[in-house]
Design a protein around this ligand. Structure first.
Ligand code: A2P
Length: 331
């Protein structure tokens, strides 16, 4: 198998470190490996596959050397500036920020859902929002069979989605320390506020879920609404998803479709208290689906509960899966 030169940008961050872990686990064929971050951590070392790598400061010349694939998770402004530089040098960027996701020239990929869109990339590929990724893995097979008419998302999102600072706010908050990252204490609290507020009263996180769902499912007119909430959980996002379909269905067909869906693990045995839980999903790459029941208030509706590790499937794993598809295409 052809080996690639691969760089991780933002390697010292929450998602960056998980990139390294998932790359190791999946044994990607890597020739030369580079880790990059800001001047703050340049010179420190990170271990990958048993070897120490010195963190390089990201700059205009970082991509002068031959790099085939770069996994970026260093914030939107870093991606805005450096992804085009990398792309111009022939490197394919897989970007975890929201910077390029809605750009019509940039494919937005969940490998189980729309791998065919990778084919039209122009050296930048966007990794969707964490909450969107896990929803797509569950919704795509249902959309294919019963055609979704409307989706209502309500999320229960872990603090790790807000990076190291979010994690620390919960840790500190449990000891009574005031928050630094969030506008209110997150310990013993739920914040209906993720990312900034927009003029229409939605948050940017909610808008991301709505727009990204339409782009990934190729359903530009799909009716979608969302309420995104930060909860005092360290790892894994949980989502209540209410779905209305165009076509009628039997509940057995819904169960069967989700049971056979790539990337989905069905956990639905309420009589025995079995349903997806954040503490069980943490550390895994699958999307867990349960609490599946008919919505009796509409003609063709269901409710489902979807849980996944937001740092793994919601970020690092999804990006590494995209890299795996790219590498397969290079062979
Ligand atoms: P650094 O550790 O040097 O600050 P998180 O969101 O988990 O806090 O991680 C953010 C990641 O993005 C870190 O690796 C951080 O590096 C990196 N980063 C932030 N700003 C820049 C920048 N201007 N250039 C390169 N990397 C950056």
């Amino acid at each position: 198998m052809k080996k690639v030169n691969l760089a991780v940008v933002g390697a010292t961050g929450m998602v960056g470190r998980t990139f390294l872990k998932v790359l190791e686990e999946r044994q990607l064929p890597i020739e030369n490996f580079y880790v990059m971050a800001s001047s703050r951590s340049a010179g420190s070392t990170l271990t990958f596959n048993g070897k120490d790598y010195v963190v390089e400061e990201l700059n205009e010349h970082s991509f002068d050397k031959p790099i085939d694939i770069a996994l970026f998770s260093a914030g939107g402004s870093t991606s805005a500036k450096y992804a085009p530089i990398a792309a111009a040098h022939g490197c394919v960027v897989i970007d975890n920020s929201s910077q390029w996701r809605m750009d019509p020239e940039v494919p937005l990929i969940v490998p189980e859902v729309n791998p065919e869109d990778i084919n039209w990339h122009k050296n930048i590929i966007a990794n969707p929002n964490c909450s969107t990724i896990q929803a797509m893995v569950a919704l795509k097979p249902l959309d294919d069979k019963f055609k979704i008419k409307r989706v209502v998302y309500s999320t229960y999102q872990a603090v790790s989605g807000a990076g190291v600072a979010g994690w620390k706010d919960l840790e500190d908050g449990l000891k009574g320390v005031e928050p630094k990252k969030f506008p209110h204490p997150i310990a013993n609290n739920c914040l209906p506020h993720i990312d900034v507020f927009l003029d229409n009263g939605y948050t940017k996180e909610e808008e991301k879920m709505i727009n990204e769902t339409r782009k990934i499912l190729h359903r530009p007119d799909l009716k979608v609404t969302a309420t995104t909430v930060r909860v005092p959980v360290f790892d894994s996002h949980s989502e209540s998803i209410n779905i209305e379909f165009e076509k009628p269905f039997e509940m057995a067909e819904i169960f069967e479709t989700l049971k056979n869906a790539p990337g989905v693990v069905l956990e639905d045995d309420p009589q025995n208290n079995v349903y997806p839980l954040a503490i069980h999903a943490a550390g895994h790459d699958e999307v867990y689906v349960g609490r599946i029941r008919r919505d009796e208030s509409v003609e063709n509706g269901v409710n489902i509960w979807v849980v996944a590790d937001n740092i793994r499937k919601g970020a690092a794993t999804n990006a590494v899966q995209i890299a795996q598809v790219l590498i397969e295409k290079m062979q």
